[in-house]
Design a protein around this ligand. Sequence first.
Ligand code: ZN
Ligand code: ZN
Length: 142
Amino acid sequence: MLGKKYAYCPNCRTRIKNPKRKKLTSYNYQILIIASIATLGVGLVAFILYRLIFQKKKYCPECQSIVEFYKSPEEFPKKVAVKNLLERLEIERVKEKSKDEIKKEEDKVLLEDTYIICSFCGEKIEAGLDVCPFCGKEQKPS
Ligand SMILES: [Zn+2]
Ligand SMILES: [Zn+2]
């Protein structure tokens, strides 16, 4: 990562200002202790190497993904994540739907005038209907 100081999390798709070093878990320490005892100190050398390997990698503090380094923020991948794309489509779909609903509302308002009240059952029915869908009685032409 020589000269590449801009960290980018491919998972969060944002710039990470302070990538974290991976923390050693107690399991890691256990291995280290066992290795140190078993190898009479050689394990310590192993630990240093081990730590260096971990220190090399930087992690996103949000999602623990390994971050990528770039020379400048302009080099960050521009590709739209599939997830984001789906979200965008979903938003478009909702927008489209609400447009439809508004249209339906408008239609309803337009239809409002063409309703009549059935003289038999008192239900509101469309003016053009010959037979009331509620009571089945034939409507007198108005
Ligand atoms: Zn992340
Ligand atoms: Zn009726």
